[in-house]
Design a protein around this ligand. Structure first.
Ligand SMILES: *Cc1c(COP(=O)(O)O)cnc(C)c1O
Length: 415
């Protein structure tokens, strides 16, 4: 027997220790399409409940949008279900090339290559483009998929303190003699909702002759004047060398991703990107839908406008209600509680009040930085946000935290 009782016991023990530390991730069952309101199965036996969804990345409300569903049906009808091949054998349809072309135009980059996820895109880039004479200098809070992607590369790796430009400069100085240098950052950081200082980063990149890599997964479709992303927001569109993003968030939310950037870099990835060479790309359905989503972004800016309206309302209302909020402009709005147990209880209480918002604590965020992360969607109606606000206030009162400052919160509940 290849799986003796001793192995079962050892894995069981690890799982129990995860649970005892209060870190076991549980999944709630949604019984309807992803949306601003969803029907969710409560823990066994207590029945189903309609909740306001404040924890999805469905920023533009497109996951279940009629135009998206319609495009999915036509994609299925005209190009079938599966490709049964990788791109370079017989896995490329005309619509894959068209989508790459249209993404380049939308993102303002020279060329684009599709991946079945942004995780795969990030897994491809560093290994394919860099060697042992190069250095990767990444922000300390970049996404896990970038961390994994960097692990696959032979290039040296170093980090700079989160968004600390002086620290980044000192690292660039230290690696002045490296063959190739690349600065690596998220466009918007998922836990705090803050934007990378891309304006400063591209200046430093020019000064030191470094390439710039940005993962804009939490920005594509709604940040910047026309929703192109953080590079548009900072007006540095032509200065980004590699941009990766996902179609699994604002752009319909199914799956898929891409690398968009300098033509030679994209060509290299077509030859050397292992997740591209050895794994199927997007299904025709997702490809078709993503084409439609890009068209929607250009023809109906009202969804982006609605998201901005909802975000401003929520940021102001929740601050006025007496919560400590991480300031910013993005639809990721973290409500700070600092204490992990409080965050967990608060999230549970919100759930009972019909609001689905997840508590995050160590190790997902630094120790003592526990929070409820709320995320806005263009799909939220004013009545949804009013109800959510009422629930936050009710639960805030229950725990006696409304109007407390950060220091008072920490004094009352600890970190
Ligand atoms: C969500 C996310 C990813 C992963 O995207 P998938 O397409 O779901 O693999 C990668 N990077 C960042 C910054 C993300 O937020």
């Amino acid at each position: 027997m290849a799986f003796p009782d001793s192995l079962r016991a050892a894995y069981g023990e690890t799982l129990r220790s995860i649970e005892q530390a209060g870190l076991l991730k549980r999944e709630r069952l949604i019984k309807v399409p992803q949306d601003a309101q969803i029907l969710v199965e409560f823990p066994t036996g207590s029945g189903d409940r309609q909740v306001i969804n404040m924890c999805s990345n469905n920023y533009l409300g497109l996951s279940n949008h009629p135009a998206v569903l319609k495009a999915a049906h036509s994609g299925l009808d005209t190009r079938g279900y599966g490709m049964s091949s990788v791109r370079f054998i017989c896995g490329t349809q005309d619509i894959h090339k068209l989508l790459e072309h249209n993404l380049s135009a939308f993102l303002g980059m020279e060329d684009t290559i599709l991946f079945s996820s942004c995780f795969d895109a990030n897994a491809a880039v560093f290994e394919a483009l860099l060697d042992e004479n190069d250095v990767m200098i990444s922000d300390r809070l970049v996404h896990a998929s970038i961390v994994d992607g960097m692990r696959l590369s032979k290039a040296k790796h170093d980090t700079f303190k989160h968004s600390d430009m002086a620290h980044l400069r000192s690292k660039l100085e230290a690696y002045r003699s490296s063959q190739r240098k690349i600065i690596i950052t998220d466009g918007i950081f998922s836990m705090d909702g803050d934007l990378a200082h891309l304006d400063n980063i591209v200046d430093l990149a020019e000064e030191f002759g470094a390439m710039v890599f940005v993962d804009d997964s939490h920005a594509t479709g709604f940040i910047g004047k026309t929703g192109k992303g953080t590079h548009e927001h900072f007006n540095v569109m032509e200065k980004i060398d590699i941009l990766t993003t996902t179609f699994g968030k604002a752009l319909g939310g199914a799956s898929g991703g891409c690398v968009s950037g300098r033509k030679e870099l994209v060509d290299m990835l077509r030859q050397r990107g292992r997740p591209y060479l050895f794994s199927n790309t997007l299904s025709p359905v997702i490809t078709y839908v993503t084409l439609e989503v890009l068209r929607l972004l250009e023809t109906s800016p009202e969804r982006k406008d609605q998201l901005e309206k909802n975000t401003s309302f929520w940021r102001l209302a929740i601050t006025d209600a007496g919560f400590v909020v991480k300031e910013g402009i993005s639809p990721i709005v973290p409500i700070m509680l600092y204490n992990a147990k409080l965050a967990q209880e608060f999230s549970g209480d919100l759930y009972n009040e019909g609001v689905y918002a997840v508590g995050f604590f160590f190790p997902v965020v630094p120790q003592g930085q526990a929070r409820i992360r709320t995320q806005l969607s263009a799909g939220h109606r004013q009545s949804d946000l009013d109800r959510a606000l009422d629930a936050f206030i009710k639960v805030g009162k229950k725990h006696g935290i409304l109007g407390l400052t950060k220091d008072q919160l920490i004094e009352k509940y600890g970190m």
